[in-house]
Design a protein around this ligand. Structure first.
Ligand code: MTE
Length: 321
């Protein structure tokens, strides 16, 4: 296979000023656990996650970037998933992710940026206020769900690394832990799962680095402890359980494009006019809404045409799918 994933630690330059020493991070975690136990999660702590059960988060709803549709139930959002690291059936991620440990967690940042290194989950998230955004997730398999994510605009996080002018793309990599992720013991995809965005897509205010759903930290099956959400693209761009971010000059490989290049492109913009080679993308099945086969029209860019169409001015979106 073509894929050559970068490895966390490769050419990483650690900037000591931006990394919390482990004992300080540990102390914070102890404090947070005490705060959680005391039920004071809303005061000044907006970034924790509990060891086992999802922890309550403190956040503000972003109305401007939320759609008005009623969200799917927590049950739908956490039991009907795509996360091939835990199996290929929709029920596998919830059933098989119990042994996965999203804490402690570090993310390695490498490549074309002035600040690179290894960052704890807390260091990445803590300086930012969390927002809730209700987005429609349109899966390439022609179903959709409405999900209240909690997170941070990805661009706000990426700007802290001061990407250089050579950073034309951003690549992301999921953790590789076959002992905790039974799907990684099969060769259904090349592991680890990798994804990428053009830098302007990554910096777009709609692109979210999600750490929670329904006001709580992400359950394992939804990509704990942090994942991408790019609401105008098919759901597979929303890479889960991210451990590495690389700023790069060249377009990076992406898992589904490597696996089936004629079916899945790099851009993966939701486009009802471009059919998947094996099925139509003109309509979608909203999960949990009435009759099983009820379908509604899919919207161009998943409803965000006004906000994002200019990113692709002059591009042939039938070819660049
Ligand atoms: N990320 C990883 N690492 N592995 C995956 O299999 N599946 C993708 C995306 N992110 C996937 C992934 C697909 S196809 C979809 S539709 C969304 O996750 C589903 O997110 P959800 O289960 O939280 O709804």
């Amino acid at each position: 296979m073509l894929i050559k994933p970068f490895r966390p630690g490769d050419s990483a330059r650690i900037a000591p000023s931006v990394i919390t020493p482990e004992h300080v991070f540990e102390d914070r975690r102890r404090l947070l656990r005490a705060a959680l136990a005391a039920g004071i999660t809303g005061i000044g702590v907006s970034w924790p996650r509990a060891e086992a059960a999802p922890a309550a988060l403190s956040y503000q709803r972003n109305e401007r970037y939320s759609i008005a549709d009623p969200p799917n139930s927590y049950q739908d959002v956490t039991s009907y998933n795509n996360f091939y690291e835990f199996g290929t059936d929709k029920s596998d991620p919830a059933a098989n992710s119990g042994r996965f440990k999203p804490e402690p967690w570090t993310v390695t940042v490498v490549g074309e940026a002035e600040v690179t290194g290894r960052f704890s989950f807390g260091d990445l998230i803590k300086p930012h206020a969390l927002e809730e955004r209700i987005y429609r997730l349109r899966c390439v398999e022609a179903w959709s769900m409405v999900i209240p994510w909690v997170g941070i605009p990805l661009g706000d996080v990426l700007r802290r690394f001061r990407p250089t002018s050579r950073a034309k793309y951003v690549a992301f990599e999921t953790v590789y832990r076959p002992e905790q992720m039974p799907g990684q013991r099969s060769n259904v995809l090349d592991w680890p799962y990798v994804e990428g965005l053009r830098i302007d897509e990554a910096m777009h205010p709609l692109t979210l680095l999600a750490v929670g759903v329904y006001g709580k930290s992400l359950p394992n099956q939804n990509g704990a402890p942090l994942r991408l959400i790019v609401p105008w693209k098919y759901g597979f761009k929303g890479i889960k359980s991210i451990v590495a971010i690389r700023f790069t000059e060249k377009q990076p490989p992406t898992s589904w494009n490597v696996s089936a290049p004629r079916e899945y492109g790099f851009y993966a913009n939701v486009n009802p006019l471009v059919d998947h080679p094996r099925w139509s993308q003109a309509r979608e099945r909203p999960i949990g809404r009435g009759a099983f086969n009820a379908r509604v029209a899919t919207q161009m860019f998943n409803g965000y045409e006004a906000e994002v169409a200019s990113l692709y001015a002059g591009m042939d979106l039938r070819r660049n799918y």
